[in-house]
Design a protein around this ligand. Structure first.
Ligand SMILES: Nc1nc2c(ncn2[C@@H]2O[C@H](COP(=O)(O)OP(=O)(O)OP(=O)(O)O)[C@@H](O)[C@H]2O)c(=O)[nH]1
Ligand SMILES: [Mg+2]
Length: 323
């Protein structure tokens, strides 16, 4: 698919990261659940923030995958901000809501920063089947090479037919090496090989793909733990980043995935994909309330540039004040 830069508008290409962020923000706003964000409807002018209104908002938040804990916290945040005064107009409540969301999301807005050592820096990418792991690796490889880092891919998905070719295609697009073994090989061995190869070649970052696995299949989760154990033989801190890729359209199931993967390998980052799809994006609030794991990137499409750094203010604004 062709890059969809700016739909024929006359805007110049972003010149710096700030402009780039605002460009991505525009796309996030347009795409997040089809431009509807959390899908909240208001029409509250002149109302008091009373029990009836609380209940209505609660229902809407729950339907948007926000989850019980985060919903409670948002409602009490609103109570604190609006109190007993009448709501002047919809904007009043949107502002208060946005602030309540930022309060929950902000502590998780910790971008992935590759430190100058150790080398190689190993990023292990995990998640359930089809969540967007391999695509995220392709997108991330571009971002990292543009930061001047040398990147290598490791084809740790030795299970699904065509997974190796898919990763090799991303390697070609990014003009970076891919370390692979035959289908059916031990993923821990692939990652070990890649680590040694990267070390020998002075490569900065390895992005290791893994096969999709359901979080309740203990044998497959043990396999991941083994990849981590083997990598730690080469560097006790490796894998330095353990990134879970979640598909936002999976709703509350994504929360359970985050909890289980965290338990299995100790996550250091979460990337949420397919925010342009069916999900309402509220699930990150639910995860934020339950896990102390940074949010790294958000994906809004299949294209190589359809991913941006997670930013709490932008995300909250896109949820509450969509197009
Ligand atoms: N709309 C949309 N599609 C996405 C996004 N990220 C990935 N996809 C698509 O989702 C599908 C699955 O993506 P993959 O990257 O292959 O997912 P995976 O987790 O590697 O899948 P397995 O290896 O089979 O477990 C592909 O068709 C991707 O193009 C996104 O942010 N938005
Ligand atoms: Mg894959």
């Amino acid at each position: 698919m062709l890059s969809r830069h700016e739909n024929g508008t006359m805007r110049a290409m972003p010149q710096n990261s700030k402009q780039e962020a605002s460009g991505f923000f525009g796309r996030l706003r347009r795409k997040l659940s089809g431009g509807k964000g959390l899908g909240l409807t208001f029409g509250l002018s002149g109302h008091k923030f009373d029990a009836e209104l609380e209940e209505e908002l609660e229902t809407q938040l729950l339907l948007a995958d926000v989850g019980l804990e985060a919903t409670d916290r948002i409602i009490s945040g609103l109570r604190r901000r609006i109190g007993s005064r009448s709501i002047g107009n919809d904007q009043d409540i949107r502002d208060a809501l946005r602030e309540s969301l930022i309060e929950i999301l902000e502590p998780h807005a910790q971008p992935l920063v590759i430190p100058s050592s150790p080398r190689p820096y190993l990023i292990l990418v995990v998640g359930v089947n089809g969540s967007g792991k391999t695509t995220t690796i392709g997108k991330l490889a571009k971002k990292l090479t543009h930061q001047g880092l040398s990147v290598m891919l490791a084809a740790g998905d030795t299970f699904r037919a065509a997974a190796i070719e898919q990763l090799q295609a991303w390697g070609e697009r990014n003009e970076i090496p891919v370390i692979a073994q035959q289908s059916g090989a031990d993923p821990a061995a692939v990652v070990y090989d890649a680590f040694e190869a990267a070390r020998a070649r002075g490569i900065d970052v390895i992005l290791a793909d893994t096969a999709g696995r359901l979080q309740n299949k203990s044998g497959l989760m043990d396999e991941l733990a083994k990849v981590v154990r083997i990598a730690a033989r080469l560097d006790p801190e490796a894998p330095h980043e353990r990134m879970l890729v979640l598909d936002s359209s999976q709703g509350q199931n994504a929360v359970n995935q985050a909890v289980e993967f965290h338990q299995a390998i100790g996550l250091t980052g979460i990337t949420m994909t397919k925010l342009d799809g069916g999900g309402k994006g509220g699930v990150l609030l639910s995860i934020a309330e339950q896990l102390d794991v940074p949010f790294r990137y958000i994906g809004v499409g299949e294209d190589i540039d359809d991913m941006g750094v997670f930013n709490a203010e932008q995300y909250a604004a896109a949820l509450v004040e969509p197009e």
